[in-house]
Design a protein around this ligand. Sequence first.
Ligand SMILES: [Cu+2]
Length: 160
Amino acid sequence: MMNKSLRATLIAASLSLLGAAQAWAQVEVSQAWVRATVANQKATGAFLQLKAKSDSRLVEVRSSVAGIVEVHEMKMEGSTMKMRAVDGLDLPAGKNVELKPGGYHIMLMDLKKALPAGEQVDLSLVFENRDKKRETVDIKAQAQAGTKPAAAAGHDAHKH
Ligand SMILES: [Cu+2]
């Protein structure tokens, strides 16, 4: 049998651990949207803005609508726009990091269903801080028809 004061101490300890886990957990996610898809389209991009209170890194993204989710970087290579998967995205403290068409973006692949405009898409963003502590932020991003044609062309040119 655990005595009462020991149990109280353990509870206090676990509460303070929770507190510590949440203390750094402050990446602001805003302006999230997903490019709407048509039937049978297998991939699309998700875009949002991230602002971390302390140096962090976006290390993983999951979504129930996609079999594969990657963080992509888009870059000009010679005269062609190319995309490639990166293993994470640095979020320097206090800096607004924008994931947008033509730049960094979240690639949703192996889509399980069409995402018409207006559809709410769940995204789980996993952040890691300098001490390798992770936190997951769950958000909803609304599907929108592409509003930036140039970037849309870049995306379509890329074959997954
Ligand atoms: Cu991509």
